[in-house]
Design a protein around this ligand. Structure first.
Ligand code: FNR
Length: 378
């Protein structure tokens, strides 16, 4: 069927575009302002050069890696994405199920449509991480941290690149609100996708499972969620109250990486929010080696932004990441076919990763190094 015919993440993207209302697809696919950063993330991967080593036996390669003392199946982690039930009625639970089956960590967003306790009950055996937006409502912050802890989440990701909301022009032009509101335009858009609408009518309305129900434009939600006052003091507070692993997501400067590690973070996620916040930043792949150099080998360094293939994951690992993270890659699969679509996305990424590793002349993820991959000059 359709999913089996998808050979690449780009194929899933096209399939997702055909099955989802335009405003929803654009919300996933789009980015801020001129979308320069989003394009740069992808271009940086296309510019990498693989230099294979010959005559190495590569039978039965070991794709696994160890992150925070736990083995993961291959160096991939699911990035947090908000409002996931809008993309497909199966939402976060479907994605987390696939991650757990595949032996990969899943990150739940603060603005997810499932909360930490619900996710743990539905997917008891997964390695779940929780992404935190700190708001200026202290009580809410305490509550979110407590729930993640009570639900046995291993790792907390503090997102720091959302002082204010980025401006995603497609969402503004499409009149996207969350939850979706009915206007002539949105009704016409949704009416073209009866399967999507059917599920919207038969499942509970989309609200923020972790917060309270809050109908408004995505910019209104952001205004409530994001705190322009976020500071190092907040990170110090979080380090005191959160006993598990702590990652700071949204780092693009080596000096920032060093500073958050000094304050007790267990690592960083090199991220520009997939180009959805500040436009014109560097690509994440470009700053990755400097960030790794700045913190040394001890702390975890992950990267997201523009990862669309197993080859991209391999390039990220070679240039200094413990693992790559993906947002849109799995959301395209989710839009195209719910849980099975996400499964297909993971299959594609894993088989591409394995093939590239073997063709590079390596039989284990731990042997990947900067010797085999470089960034093209200029
Ligand atoms: C995101 N991202 C995100 N990040 C975060 O910290 N909290 C969130 O709630 C969300 N929500 C969200 C929704 C959607 C639809 C997308 C596409 C992204 C950013 C995400 O975690 C990650 O940084 C990027 O998606 C990585 O880029 P790629 O893989 O999408 O290119």
């Amino acid at each position: 069927r359709r999913l089996a015919r998808a050979l690449t993440i780009e194929d899933l993207r096209r399939a997702g575009r055909r099955t989802t209302p335009r405003a929803v697809f654009d919300y996933v696919d789009g980015a801020a302002d001129g979308e320069v950063t989003a394009a740069r993330n992808i271009a940086a991967f296309d510019d990498t050069v693989f230099v294979p080593e010959g005559l190495n036996p590569v039978r039965d390669p070991d794709l696994s890696t160890v992150l925070f003392g736990r083995e993961i199946a291959f160096p991939l982690v699911f990035s947090p994405t908000g409002y996931t039930r809008m993309m497909h009625h199966e939402g976060e639970i479907a994605v987390a199920r696939v991650a757990a089956r595949a032996g990969l960590p899943y990150s739940l967003s603060t603005v997810g449509t499932t909360n930490a306790g619900e996710l743990r009950r539905a997917v008891p055996d997964g390695d779940h991480w929780f992404q935190l937006y700190l708001t200026n409502e202290r009580r809410l912050n305490d509550e979110l941290v407590r729930r993640a802890r009570d639900a046995g989440f291993s790792t907390l990701l503090l997102t720091i690149d959302t002082a204010v909301a980025g401006r995603r022009l497609k969402d503004v032009r499409n009149g996207l609100t969350i939850p979706p509101t009915l206007t002539v335009r949105t009704v016409l858009d949704m009416a073209r996708f009866p399967a999507w609408c059917f599920h919207k009518l038969t499942t509970p309305p989309i609200g923020f499972a972790s917060l309270r129900s809050f109908p408004g434009s995505s910019a209104d939600v952001a205004a409530m969620m994001f705190d322009p006052g976020l500071s190092y003091g907040d990170l110090e507070w979080l380090r005191r109250v959160w006993p598990g692993k702590l990652l700071v997501k949204g780092i693009l400067r080596p000096s920032d990486a060093r500073r958050v590690v000094e304050l007790g973070a267990d690592g960083v996620v090199v991220s520009n929010h997939g180009g959805r916040q500040l436009d014109r930043t560097p690509s994440t792949l470009e700053v990755l080696p400097e960030v790794r150099d700045a913190v040394g080998t001890g702390p975890a360094v992950l990267l997201d932004g523009g990862v669309r293939s197993g080859q991209d994951i391999l390039a990220a690992v070679a240039l200094g990441a413990d693992a790559a993270m993906v947002g849109r890659a799995y959301l395209y699969g989710l839009m195209a076919g719910g849980e099975r679509g996400v499964e297909r996305a993971v299959e594609i990424l894993r088989s591409e990763y394995q093939r590239a590793l073997q063709l590079l002349g390596l039989d284990a993820t731990r042997k990947v190094s900067g010797r085999h991959v470089r960034r093209a000059a200029g």
